[in-house]
Design a protein around this ligand. Sequence first.
Ligand code: GLN
Length: 457
Amino acid sequence: MYFLERIQAHAHLNAFIHIYADEALHRARAIDQRIQREHTLKRLTGVVLGIKDVIAYAGHPLTAASRMLQNFRSLFSATAVERLLAEEAIIIGSLNCDEFAMGSSTENSFFGPTLHPLNPEYVPGGSSGGSAAAVSADLCMLALGSDTGGSVRQPADFCGIIGLKPTYGRVSRHGLIAYASSFDQIGIFGKNIADVATTLEVIAGPDEYDSTASPLPIEPYLPLTSPENKPWKLAYMKEALEHPSLDQEISAAIRSLIKRLNEEGHIVNPVHFTYLDVITPAYYVLTTAEASANLARYDGIRYGYHTSNETGLTLEATYRKTRSEGFGREVKRRILLGTYVLSEGYYEAYYTKAQQVRRLVAQEANRILDEYACLLMPTFPSTAFRLGEKTDDPVKMYLGDVYTVFANLAGLPAISIPLFTHSNGLPFGIQLVAGRFREKQLLQVADYLCTTFSKLN
Ligand code: GLN
């Protein structure tokens, strides 16, 4: 009831696409009755969660914030959702996002933009902006999002909360609408590391429905403190802190954090990474290529939006009209870009080259993270920007992803944690990246930083 009232009181944020009020209340009562009978709790008993509207929940709408799926309902639940429900979580609604998770501001939603919870003139980030805004404004305790190039970490950074993207393959993608399948990963939003760690424990692990889900068993992520791990051996990317696009105040805050960590006896060494300026272009070549193939299924024939029946339309014209009307501008732009980079004659120059960049980035990243527990970076070059500020200039919007796409290109786990407030009044955090499947260490360092350094300024 508490959260339903808050959702209503914050309806102007447009964080939710659908709210499951009656169902959530009904489920809460059923859970109460079970507890009275059995006197036991499960790992997420009564925890109220929202899910980004690209994650399937059987019998519920699944829109990807697109006109294409405006009236679509899912026939099955994502593995992550099944596992949440099995631990007695309550799913309170589906959360707004950029259409098909393509964007950095939640302005590309067919259902209208989500607003920043602290200032309605600003964006909450994206693509999982609804998830971040909802958790930040206490409209639910935790939320799931998806992170292909930063869509969990960046909105968490903008909204002053925690956002975790697990290692590629740690959480099953079964039931997650595909954007770029070799990058996509379900992630978690929360306000403290222990909650995020518990949720990860619940949703992670092998899954027979997703062959890219790793067979590695899940480690218990709690307790978060283990004294033998200190002092931490951390690294920071020199080029990232010196990047011309980075806000001076963010850069200064991270430098002073590094200094404080040194004073606390931790090792924080600079490392070089020379590919920073090519990773964003490589990310956009590869993800649009994958998106152009993944989105080919939306033809309006079997399900989804179908253009109004005109007589005399050929099959091809029906496809064209359906897709022209069903997809928004950004999605169309990416399908065109992806088709172009895959076309004969350009394939080698763009797609193959970007694959090579991806391999180099992964090699470099692994080399650094074999030696260090975590790599420290900004999450985004600035704090949240104004609504409409970047909508006319897609390249400007894309370039903001410079710090987040690194972890997706290399398949690494990464987290954004809220530590700072900018002089403009908006929150920002820092990002930590760890080696493959080293979520436990990532969460431990994150927890240490949150408890030791939060509210640094
Ligand atoms: N901003 C990035 C993009 O537009 C990230 C999206 C995501 O992670 N889903 O592709």
